[in-house]
Design a protein around this ligand. Structure first.
Ligand code: CMC
Length: 436
């Protein structure tokens, strides 16, 4: 079990005018240190300002440890590469949500509970008729997940453990069905119902690619690759979407609403949407005559807002360990399929040029999780618009784990940052007829 948060022997001292304030130093179980400012405003009237939360710890959490300088990532103490090599996605989901790897009985019970809920309510399916056929599947996903709170009003209470439990099972079970149906709808094919004798990833691939008139069997290499991708995406501590899930859940909003908000946050190209943006960028480079250096130069040009998508990370100042795992899996899968994807070639060239360029070296910008994942998705046959949906499928257990950790915490408070106001001072009201 992780060691609890300790108060360090040292304290930090803050001088404000002629006052000195003593601030406790807290130490996490991996030796991470934080200055505790929770009483700063009540004692001094001052707040701290940290746009983008670059230096702000919003919570203490026992779920995921990452060391951005060393490129380390562990879920509940287990190394990500070890989990990726030995577990499937459902086992890792259990680990994240409940804190321990499941024993055989727990594993069976968890899988059966999820299987019970894989189908969509037939009325929920009607929602899909209201969306334009070319709607982005992330918009559909977040809408339909939020709509689950209208269908499952029996499980909305965040303080009732049984209701939370059934919501967890429903979400894990239905998200792949919802995702696959958004794809089927976009290409005019019928919904393929889940087949519950199949494991999670196999079932999803079948719902994506089978048609009612033909037999279907998933390629076991695709199933393995998909499990690996979902595992490496499963959690990443207080990232933008997870913080959003916590923020929304902190008001005691139900789990469906909180996850739906997380999906919206993930969609942006600076976060999960980067996997789609990477492939678009690589295709653009190929169409533009494979001039890799031109794009590296554009990314360095401060007058150009182009960035190398799939490069850089708020926390990693080293190679993202997830990118290492995904790149190796890419290599293996393409070799096995005897596929030569020009996108993989150009991605490797881009990595080589960028990582030897002083601009990227000085700023410690390396490929992140999104840089190579699209190449695997493409090899599996996943369309580009669905890439971020796959990220959401992977991140779901992480979001749930954080939401649950927050709800179970005795110190939970509504998340409500403060601000420094920079607007107009008080003004006299001017009636509309006198306004210029
Ligand atoms: N291409 C070119 N320059 C970059 C890049 C990039 N991809 N990323 C950062 N920089 C530069 C940035 O211009 C700044 O330079 P300077 O110090 O001269 O002003 C410096 O590096 C620091 O960047 P920042 O924007 O202050 O860093 P941040 O921590 O606020 O942003 C990031 C992190 C991931 C949003 C950013 O690196 C980025 O936009 N990357 C491209 C999008 C991307 O791949 N996102 C996926 C992130 S990993 C998966 C996930 O979280 O979902």
């Amino acid at each position: 079990m992780p060691e609890p948060l300790k108060t360090g022997d040292d304290a930090a001292f803050l001088r404000i005018g002629d006052r000195e304030v003593k601030l406790p130093i807290l130490v996490g179980s991996e030796g991470e240190t934080a200055v505790d400012i929770s009483r700063l405003r009540s004692e001094t009237g001052f707040i701290t300002l940290d746009e983008g939360y670059v230096n702000t710890g919003s919570v203490t959490s026992a779920i995921t440890f990452l060391d951005g300088e060393e490129g380390v990532l562990r879920y509940r103490g287990y190394r990500i590469d070890v989990l990726a090599a030995n577990c499937d996605f459902i086992e890792v989901s259990y680990l994240l949500i409940y804190g321990e790897l499941p024993n055989a009985a727990q594993n069976d019970a968890f899988r059966s509970a999820i299987r019970m809920h894989t189908m969509l309510h037939e009325d929920l399916k009607l929602f899909y008729n209201g969306f334009p056929r070319d709607a982005h599947p992330m918009a559909i996903l977040s809408s339909v997940i939020n709509a689950m709170s209208t269908f499952y009003q029996d499980s909305l209470n965040p303080h009732d453990p049984e209701q939370v439990e059934v919501s967890i099972h429903r979400l894990l079970a239905k998200l792949p069905t919802i995702a696959a149906y958004s794809y089927k709808k976009s290409i005019g094919q019928p919904l393929i119902y889940p087949q519950n004798n199949l494991e999670y990833c196999e079932n999803f691939l079948r719902m994506m690619f089978a048609v009612p008139s033909e037999p279907f069997e998933s390629d076991p290499d695709f199933v393995t690759a998909l499990n690996l991708l979902l595992i490496v995406h499963a959690d990443h501590e207080q990232n933008c979407s997870t913080s959003t899930v916590r923020m929304v859940g902190s008001s005691d909003a139900n789990l469906f609403a909180s996850i739906s908000a997380g999906i919206c946050a993930l969609w942006g190209p600076l976060h999960g949407g980067a996997n789609e943006a990477v492939v678009n960028m690589l295709e653009r480079i190929i169409e533009d005559g494979l001039n890799v250096k031109k794009y590296v130069d554009m990314a360095k040009d401060k007058n150009n807002n182009f960035r190398l998508m799939g490069f850089g990370h708020r926390v990693y100042k080293n190679y993202d360990p997830r990118a290492t795992i995904i790149k190796a899996a890419c290599d293996k899968l393409l070799a096995k399929l005897q596929l030569q994807d020009p996108l993989f070639e150009v991605a490797q060239q881009l990595e080589k040029v960028a990582t030897s360029d002083p601009y990227f070296v000085e700023r410690k910008l390396y490929p992140n999780v999104d840089f190579y994942s699209g190449v695997i998705y493409r090899a599996i046959g996943i369309p580009v618009q669905m890439f971020t949906v796959l990220f959401a499928m992977g991140r779901l257990p992480g979001w749930i784990a954080h939401w649950k950790e927050m709800q179970d915490s005795s110190t939970k408070r509504i998340c409500r940052p403060r601000q420094v106001y920079t607007g107009s001072p008080i003004r006299d009201f001017v009636p509309i007829a006198q306004r210029r």
